[in-house]
Ligand binder design. Structure first.
Ligand code: COA
Length: 199
């Protein structure tokens, strides 16, 4: 899609803010047109989405949907199929990466917060063969990452492919979550283990 580079960022933000809360398809289109981002615009920018700083990467033709009232902090990278629910907060420098179609998708539920430097990736490299460089072995098959409503995902945590984090669960700072987490459990560590439960 051709982007209009004549427009200054300040003007773009002013227009974006003007269309930010308007309902309807036309308003969706105008939000996409004026969203203060680099790269391709997301598929859907719902009403009330706040781009807190104009430094984002929407790359690898994104199929990104930003729910109502989402708040995005600086330097977030989105790629592939990512859906954020309503009232989601994404912290600085987070990576939400779901490239490849099919099972490569990420869904984040309503009212969930991802701390800064959170990494959600649905697939990685193949590496088993030693006669071929791992960079040439292609990716493994992707698996979706699903984060429920009202989850608190701690700063610098990594959620591995195929993990579902149940409603209301909490992931501690710096956790590497390799297995799905039951609703309302609190997990921490690498690999993440249950350390508690919400009451
Ligand atoms: C996971 C968390 C919510 C737990 O808080 P809590 O319920 O008050 O738990 P406690 O501090 O009582 O710790 C309970 C045990 O888990 C351990 N623990 C707590 N957080 C941990 C973490 N992130 N990684 C590893 N272990 C952790 C504690 O050392 C303690 O172990 P012990 O029983 O052997 O002494 C909290 O520690 C945390 O990581 N919060 C995320 C903070 C964050 O990312 N903020 C920025 C984004 S908004």
């Amino acid at each position: 899609m051709k982007r209009d580079f004549d427009i200054t960022l300040a003007r773009k933000i002013r227009w974006y803010n003007f269309f930010k809360n308007l309902p309807g398809d036309l308003a969706h289109g105008l939000r996409k047109r004026y969203a203060p981002i680099r790269g391709n615009p997301p598929a859907l920018i719902e009403r009330g989405v706040t781009f807190i700083y104009p430094e984002y990467d929407f790359c690898w033709p994104p199929d990104v949907e930003l729910g109502y009232n989402a708040r995005l902090r600086a330097n977030i990278a989105f790629a592939g199929s990512v859906t954020l629910g309503d009232d989601v907060v994404v912290g600085h420098h987070s990576i939400l990466w779901a490239i490849g179609g099919g099972e490569n998708y990420i869904k984040v539920g309503n009212g969930t917060g991802l701390g800064a430097f959170t990494v959600l990736m649905t697939r990685f490299h193949q590496y088993r063969r030693k006669d071929v460089r791992f960079t040439k072995q292609g990716p493994v098959e992707g698996k979706p990452i699903i984060i429920g409503d009202d989850c608190w995902i701690g700063i610098r945590s990594i959620i591995m492919p195929g993990v579902t984090v149940g409603k209301g669960a909490v992931v501690g700072a710096g956790a590497v979550v390799t297995k799905s987490v039951q609703p309302y459990k609190v997990v921490a560590g690498n690999p993440a283990k249950i350390i508690g439960e919400r009451e």
